[in-house]
Design a protein around this ligand. Structure first.
Ligand code: PEP
Length: 254
């Protein structure tokens, strides 16, 4: 089955207004010059520059997403942002369960699943992140850990249309260390199998599974060519338009 690659930029807590405006404008300009490129392009800036970035990419064929969301529609949740607000701000996607949310904010698989259900109710596409730590990999538990995260974090109502999975080995995020293509393919194939058991074969075969963890222009082509890799979730390299674009250009044609 052919799955359209998704190249998603996770800006994390980076980008003052002028920088965000410049980066988003550069990405929009590159995309407008190649509107038919066979990949989806998504930028996920911090909330506070969402409007700036949204305006800069408006009409350019670049999707807008957030980095997390609350489960409630509104109310007494100081500092939080709801899926309804994301939709209202022009977002189509939201990243959930990133390892930095899991470690910095104690978000559990159950929390991620509840966020995903709330986001789907607003027609947001969720990018649900999973990945093992270095010690879990070294002790041979990578597949078990990732399998448990998939079972716990992905809601029963997930479909190939409303959900994307991102496999991000924690030890590879922002470290320059990259999982070997062989290991990446093994984990992605195992994720697809688990999704098949949980959601059925149609959803599993159609669902995009991204790789994330020090993806760069120099290693993207090899990773994106793997059978069960359907795009990338990019951190550091998403902050330079030429690197982000070069990664997108490395997608195999579908
Ligand atoms: C990320 O945090 O989602 C990520 C993959 O970061 P980096 O590309 O910098 O490793």
């Amino acid at each position: 089955m052919s799955r359209r690659p998704l190249i998603a930029g996770n800006w994390k807590m980076n980008g003052l207004r002028a920088e965000a405006q410049e980066l988003a404008t550069e990405i929009a300009t590159l995309r407008k010059a190649q509107p038919d490129g066979a990949f989806d392009l998504l930028v996920c800036p911090p909330y506070i520059v969402m409007e700036t970035v949204g305006n800069a990419v408006d009409g350019a064929g670049v999707f807008l997403g957030a980095q997390t969301c609350h489960t409630a529609e509104k109310g007494a949740h100081t500092g939080d942002i709801s899926p309804v607000m994301l939709k209202d701000a022009g977002c189509s996607h939201v990243i959930l369960g990133h390892s930095e949310r899991r470690s910095d904010h104690g978000e559990s698989d159950a929390d991620v699943q509840a966020q995903a259900i709330a986001a789907h109710a607003q027609d947001l596409i969720t990018i649900i992140c999973v990945g093992e730590t270095e010690s879990e990999r070294e002790s041979g538990k990578a597949l078990d850990v990732v399998g448990e995260q998939i079972i716990g974090s992905v809601p029963a109502g997930a479909t190939a249309e409303n959900t994307v999975i991102a496999y991000e080995p924690v030890w590879a995020i922002g470290t320059g260390k990259v999982a070997t293509p062989d290991d990446v393919q093994k984990v992605h194939a195992a994720i697809r199998e688990t999704l098949g058991d949980k959601l059925g074969q149609d959803a599993a075969q159609g669902m995009r599974i991204l790789y994330g963890g020090s993806m760069k222009p120099g290693n993207a082509q090899e990773l994106l060519a793997l059978a069960d890799v359907d795009g990338g979730l990019i951190g550091g390299a998403a902050l330079k338009s030429e690197d982000f674009w070069a990664i997108a250009q490395s997608c195999p044609s579908i």
